[in-house]
Design a protein around this ligand. Structure first.
Ligand code: NAD
Ligand code: UDP
Length: 314
């Protein structure tokens, strides 16, 4: 069978680069990225492959490429980065998704949109099922991302209903692993880097807010299954239901790194969700998927990555 041609936007980022790795054995991969938060470092090992192509491009502008599948992952994902230029974040989600849907319609190609647990906002339903509509502030500092992703989902469904575009929507819950950006401010990378540098661990609020952390290899497996499952548009939650407080995460990281770091408190950011846990019944039933990597195992691999990263930087 001929190799599929697959476009991955945001392919030089954390999740996108792991998707490139996963798909390159079976497909020709075209990675599109504007390098806002991603970097060549994440895909340097693929640059010599005859099955890999890198295009510097911003998805807010149209692009024409002949492909069979599109994974639309371009968008900064950490609050620090998506709030740096909120208008650009909205544009990336709205114009970027429209451009990719236009391409999917024209070529035609199947398109999978990286949506997020943030569409549930500060949820009043726990754990969150796909049927929950969410509780989201339209005018807060997180809205550029949350509402941007909600519009992206709406666009996906309207192109599907009105133009017959073959779509998939995945709602990704907090994912961690090697290649998270050093400066992106997300909790797992922050805590690990602070611990490895014996710097204070910055706990926002009391640290009683909860998250459920999924290791990147599990996430990517679920996403590829969704893309290649027939008759299912989604949205489908993909994440690890193993819920914990942010304080528990801090304590675990300190213990696993043997760090001398102390925990210090910083103000809880506005609209920071109090709790978050995916209900993954749909993914289990329709994709036969559930996470395999325990937190301790995934954190070990991530700590090893950052240890190596810091020693290279010295
Ligand atoms: P990331 O910041 O590491 O990757 C995003 C990539 O998109 C980067 O390489 C960046 O340079 C690129 N990009 C940003 N704006 C662009 C633009 N306008 N044009 C072209 N490229 C652009 O983040 P990530 O964690 O890999 O997230 C990838 C996708 O998954 C995002 O859409 C994000 O919203 C979604 N997501 C991630 C998580 C998570 O926990 N990691 C959770 C929910 C959703
Ligand atoms: N957080 C924290 N210290 C940090 C970074 C984040 O306590 O240095 C908290 C943050 O307030 C939130 C949780 O950790 O409650 C997850 O934050 P992250 O930015 O990783 O993702 P999101 O809020 O988008 O789930």
């Amino acid at each position: 069978m001929a190799r599929k041609r697959i476009l991955i936007t945001g392919g030089a980022g954390f999740l996108g680069s792991h998707l490139c790795d996963k798909l390159i054995d079976r497909a020709d991969v075209i990675c599109v990225d504007n390098f806002f938060t991603g970097g060549k470092r994440n895909i340097a090992h693929l640059l010599d492959s005859p099955h890999f192509e890198l295009i510097r491009h911003d998805v807010t502008e149209p692009i024409l490429v002949e492909v069979d599948q599109i994974y639309n992952f371009a968008c900064p994902a950490s609050p620090v980065h998506y709030q740096y230029n909120p208008i650009k974040t909205i544009k990336t989600n709205v114009l970027g998704t429209m451009n990719m849907l236009g391409l999917a319609k024209r070529v035609p190609a199947r398109i999978l949109q990286a949506s997020t647990s943030e569409v549930y906002g500060d949820p009043h339903q726990h754990p969150q099922k796909e049927s929950y509509w969410g509780y989201v502030n339209t005018i807060g500092p997180r809205s550029c991302y949350d509402e941007g992703k909600r519009v992206a989902e709406t666009l996906m469904m309207d192109y599907h209903r009105h133009n017959g575009v073959d779509i998939r929507i995945v709602r990704i819950f907090n994912t961690y692993g090697p290649r998270m950006a050093e400066n992106d401010g997300r909790v797992v990378s922050n805590f690990i880097l602070q611990a490895l540098r014996n710097q204070p661990i910055t706990l926002f609020g009391e640290g009683s807010q909860t998250r459920s952390f999924c290791y990147v290899s599990d996430l990517v497996e679920g996403i590829v299954r969704l893309m290649n499952t027939e008759g299912l548009t989604g949205p489908v939650n993909i994440g690890n239901p193993n819920e914990m407080t942010v304080r528990q995460l801090a304590e675990m990281v300190i213990e696993m790194t043997g760090s001398k770091s102390e925990i210090v408190h910083r103000p809880l950011p506005q609209d920071d969700p109090l709790q978050r846990q995916p209900d993954i019944s749909l993914a289990k039933e329709k994709l036969g998927w559930e996470p395999q990597v325990a937190l301790a195992e995934g954190l070990r691999a991530t700590i090893d990555y950052f240890e190596n990263y810091l020693s290279e930087a010295e």
